[in-house]
Design a protein. Sequence first.
Length: 186
Amino acid sequence: MSVLNALLQRNSAPRLQEPGPSPEHCQQMFQAALRAPDHGRLRPWRYLVIGGDDRAKLGEIYAQAELARDPNAPTEKLERLRGQPLRAPMVIVAIVNPTEKDGVPLQEQVISAGCGVHGLMLAAESFGYAGVWRTGPMATNDTVNQALGLASHESIVGFIYLGTRMGEAKKLPDLNTEDFVSHWQG
Ligand SMILES: Cc1cc2nc3c(=O)[nH]c(=O)nc-3n(C[C@H](O)[C@H](O)[C@H](O)COP(=O)(O)O)c2cc1C
């Protein structure tokens, strides 16, 4: 797959099944993520890989986080949260781990983390996997952050669900370049 094709064809897959990325493929996917543009080479990112039975533990953390927020949370909601990480063979938690540095504001470091996720997902697709980048309330929940071992200055930029696409890829939207790009002429 050429780089251009990968960029043009990337297509999120909300429904995922086994197999998830192999350890060898993961190694290369993370190497791709680590090539994210990075002002000051601060390396302001890190990743947690959650697979197998650990996905259910993450689901339990979600349920406990919701109970801490709302002790009367309905059972169905708790069950739905418990099941969320089981929607894919692998969930990668992408974390921005910023450093205070003159000239490299937090925003740039978050953008760099986002570029890392894009690289990771494109590499995954190049190996024939599919995935979807999700956040939702659990990405900014203190109970979840603590349980996953985030330091107070770190944040989750995404839960990256990865596996093999179920069903057909959705049709890619047709966007007009001109709607987003104009030539500034002073
Ligand atoms: C930072 C970020 C967070 C996102 N969070 C969610 C989410 O929580 N749930 C969701 O369905 N899509 C979420 N998305 C969007 C999907 O990852 C995906 O981009 C969208 O479904 C469009 O599909 P496409 O990327 O194939 O065009 C998020 C995207 C980004 C960049």
